[in-house]
Every structure is written in structure tokens, then in C-alpha cells.
Design a protein around this ligand. Structure first.
Ligand code: ZN
Length: 155
């Protein structure tokens, strides 16, 4: 980040904090040592995903798309619709403004979207993602789905 006072290209980050969807950084110029602030937007592409085992990897939209595609195989969901879901998730991730996001948060985002679109795709995704360990957990999830889908009394 170029120093606004002397134009020196390198600065040191003294402090970082999240402000809405931006990261507020206090920087110090390495040449003239004057301090300045920047507000940087976090793009989803630069977000690091923290996996369950603690490993980190760069956010990869393709990975999400593949997962959604697999879950919605033979379901009446147009490809464009799936692309849109991935785009919306990318936007939500950017809006969080965090440099790191647990993979579980992204998984929940995907499930929420699928749930509103196609319940079979949702349950497929959830069964892989949540790794339902037994048929009982899956049954509870299905029951919840059926309960939520039941028509509500008017008024
Ligand atoms: Zn400077």
C-alpha cells in the first residue's frame, strides 16, 4: 500500500479491524514513518477457508459449484440457477468482510440456499456435508423438513 505522503510503495500494518464489509488498517510508511489508514474490501477470492481439521485453503467457487451440482443431479434445477447460488454465496462471504471463514459457515450457507430451492438436493447435500453418521440423524432432519413444509393455518 503506497504511502500517501511520500509515495513509498511499502508500509507496515500496525493494526487491523473489521468495519462492516471492510477491513480498517492502520499502516506505517517504511520510509517516512508517517501513519495512515486504509479501508480494504475483502473479496471472496482472497478469503481463506478454515477446514474442520484446521487446515486453510483459498476460497474456491468451483468446489462449491461441484458440490451443488452433485447434490442436484437429475433434479429440475437449471444450471444457471446453481451458478446464481454460488454467486450469492460469494457475495455473502464478501459482505462478511472477514479474511478467514470456517468451512462450516459456507456449508450452512449452501444448505440454506438449497433448502429453499429443492428439498431432495438439500438432503443430499446435507447428508454428505453433515456426514449423517446414522439413519436416526437423517430421519430427524427429514422430519424437520416435512414439518417446515407443512401448510400453515391461515390467519
Ligand atoms: Zn512515507
Amino acid at each position: 500500500m503506497r504511502c500517501p505522503y511520500c509515495g513509498h510503495p511499502d508500509s507496515r500494518v500496525k493494526d487491523s479491524r473489521e468495519v462492516g464489509d471492510r477491513i480498517h488498517r492502520r499502516r506505517e510508511c517504511e520510509s517516512c514513518h508517517r501513519r495512515f489508514s486504509t479501508y480494504e474490501r475483502v473479496e471472496a477470492d482472497y478469503v481463506m477457508v478454515v477446514k474442520r481439521d484446521g487446515r486453510r485453503e483459498r476460497f474456491d467457487r468451483q468446489k462449491i459449484l461441484v458440490g451443488i451440482r452433485k447434490a442436484s443431479e437429475k433434479r429440475p434445477l437449471p444450471v444457471g440457477e446453481l451458478e446464481r447460488v454460488v454467486e450469492e454465496i460469494e457475495e455473502s462471504i464478501s459482505a462478511l468482510g472477514k479474511p478467514e471463514i470456517p468451512s462450516s459457515v459456507i456449508g450452512e450457507m449452501v444448505m440454506e440456499k438449497l433448502r429453499g430451492m429443492d428439498q431432495i438436493a438439500y438432503i443430499r447435500f446435507a447428508s454428505v456435508y453433515r456426514a449423517f453418521t446414522d439413519i436416526e440423524t437423517m430421519r430427524r432432519e427429514l422430519e424437520q423438513l416435512i414439518k417446515d413444509a407443512a401448510p400453515r393455518p391461515i390467519g
